[in-house]
Design a protein around this ligand. Structure first.
Ligand SMILES: Cc1cc2nc3c(=O)[nH]c(=O)nc-3n(C[C@H](O)[C@H](O)[C@H](O)COP(=O)(O)OP(=O)(O)OC[C@H]3O[C@@H](n4cnc5c(N)ncnc54)[C@H](O)[C@@H]3O)c2cc1C
Length: 469
């Protein structure tokens, strides 16, 4: 008889887990009945590419970080390497709004770490004392007490307040929608903490990393951020296509996992249930808390304590003629002090090829996040007006968009706050005690697409390993 495995949640983590289970099961000669349960009508979770009037609109993520290899490895395994594209090298550069003006982030600055001298000293983004303080990072003592600092404390201690206010805070808001005062640097940027320990300075560490030989993959463009020619949805669709033995049940939620006569049973919102020999729970932590509460109140409470924030993406397309802004770069981020509604804007048609026709431009703005949660629940008209007003003030955009798409992502972005690491350790210990149940997804060991794919792979290996015991 085949073993039954249920994957709850068809975001990239759940899809990767189901795909990997199918592959590993076949390799091990184990017959598996794999069912994916997804609340929404379509799989993909926060990855969603819409084609609107010829525009390729990423309503969720628009790329993945190439340095973490799991997404690129998966794309290659799916036979889609030739579909991979990097960012458009003709237009590199990110801007920061400061004092009402867009300043180019100096070349070589990685988050808040300057690694190239000339662009940094000639930058208009920082004051002279700010630059000197950032350069003094080379001489700041490494911290040895192992305390889980906030990103704000860490950045101020090593680089000074300007680095926090003008780069770390807005870049982090643009990527994690997070609050640097509560965000754990150890969990969100473990590489920086490791660099401080190894090199005594992040500037030294970053320069050493840059000199190290790159592991470039054959046929893969060397770009820091990668995506697919027709959008990230391609990966979602292909994962499904290459999981032929997997049964996908969309539009139905898992509401609980219970034990009945020693067996695990997944209860569904349509009144049905599935008996499972193994379960991967790949939903946001608060949803996992509810599903697993019949098995462990303590686990459920810990899962609930991982906070989430809501964001919205606002994609706007314009006719190129008369647009008025050269869009030479990938976009801009907005520090909190600037008091704007937009957290960040990607100049999508400059950042990636193949997103618009030649006679149009496409922008994508982020609103909401830790600093402006309330904005996400405003009406579409209000959000659109606020965004257009900001674009007018910041970029001088006066023309009317020919397409606007607003997508809200409610409680979709987990926040790795101080204490995240021990919290996740306890969650994993308690989950281990529940038998063949594994957690996967953005709540635990990284929110990026690559991390989520890795978490799905790891959960699949673990569930199969326990089935084989
Ligand atoms: C606006 C936005 C922009 C982003 N940009 C980037 C980026 O550019 N690059 C990057 O690497 N990362 C980015 N991220 C982060 C990344 O997209 C996510 O962390 C990742 O896709 C999460 O995948 P996941 O599978 O863990 O969760 P999700 O995508 O949240 O999937 C979870 C799934 O579980 C389903 N579900 C929930 N409850 C139940 C239930 N009870 N029963 C059944 N199903 C249920 C949900 O419907 C959902 O489909 C972005 C995130 C957002 C929101």
């Amino acid at each position: 008889m085949k073993a039954s495995v249920v994957v709850i949640g068809a975001g990239i983590a759940g899809l990767s887990a189901a795909y990997r289970l199918g592959r590993l099961g076949a390799q091990a000669g184990v017959g598996l009945d794999i069912t994916v349960i997804e609340r929404e009508a379509r799989p993909g979770g926060t990855i969603r590419t819409d084609r609107i009037d010829g525009f390729v609109v990423e309503t969720g993520p628009d790329c993945f970080f190439a340095e973490k290899p799991y997404a690129t490895m998966l794309v290659r395994e799916l036979g889609m390497s030739e579909r991979l594209i990097g960012t458009n090298d003709r237009n590199t550069g990110t801007y920061v709004l400061w004092d009402g003006r867009l300043h180019r982030l100096p070349e070589g600055v990685v988050l808040m770490i300057p690694t190239r001298f000339t662009p940094f000293v000639t930058s208009t983004l920082f004051s002279l004392p700010g630059k000197l303080r950032m350069g003094m990072e080379l001489f700041v003592q490494r911290r040895t007490d192992g305390i889980d600092e906030s990103l704000a404390e860490f950045t101020i201690r090593r680089f000074g307040r300007e680095a926090l206010e003008r780069i770390a805070e807005p870049l982090v808001a643009g990527v994690h929608a997070g609050d640097p005062d509560t965000m754990s640097v150890k969990s969100s940027f473990p590489r920086f903490v490791a660099m401080e320990q190894k090199y005594g300075s992040l500037i030294r560490g970053m320069i050493a990393a840059r000199r190290a030989p790159r592991l470039a993959g054959a046929g893969v463009p060397a770009s820091m951020f990668m995506t697919m020619r027709d959008g990230l949805q391609e990966i979602v669709d292909e994962l499904q296509r290459q999981s032929p033995g997997v049964s996908f049940r969309t539009g139905v939620s898992a509401i609980a996992v219970e034990r009945r006569d020693g067996a695990s049973v997944v209860k569904l919102s349509d009144g049905g249930h599935i008996e499972a020999d193994g379960i991967v729970v790949a939903v946001p932590a608060y949803a996992a808390a509810s599903i697993l509460s019949p098995l462990s109140g303590e686990l459920s409470d810990l899962l609930m304590s991982i906070p989430y924030v809501s964001t919205a993406t606002v994609s706007l397309a314009y006719k190129k003629e008369g647009f008025g802004h050269p869009l030479k770069g990938f976009g801009f981020v907005v520090p909190r002090k600037e008091n704007r509604h937009i957290m960040a804007t990607t100049w999508t048609s400059s950042k990636f090829d193949n997103r618009t026709a030649d006679d149009a431009v496409l922008l994508r703005c982020f609103v909401g996040g830790a600093a402006h949660q309330d904005l996400v629940s405003r009406s579409n008209d209000e959000i659109r007006d606020l965004v257009q007003r900001d674009l007018g003030a910041i970029m001088g955009v006066r023309s009317s968009p020919v397409m606007v798409r607003i997508k809200r992502w409610m409680k979709a972005m987990p926040q790795y706050t101080i204490g995240h690491e021990p919290r996740v350790r306890s969650i994993e210990q308690l989950t281990e005690g529940l038998g063949n149940i594994c957690l996967a997804g953005s709540a635990y060991h990284g929110i990026g697409i690559s991390d989520c794919i890795n978490s799905g792979n790891t959960a699949a290996q673990s569930v199969l390993g326990k089935l084989l015991c």
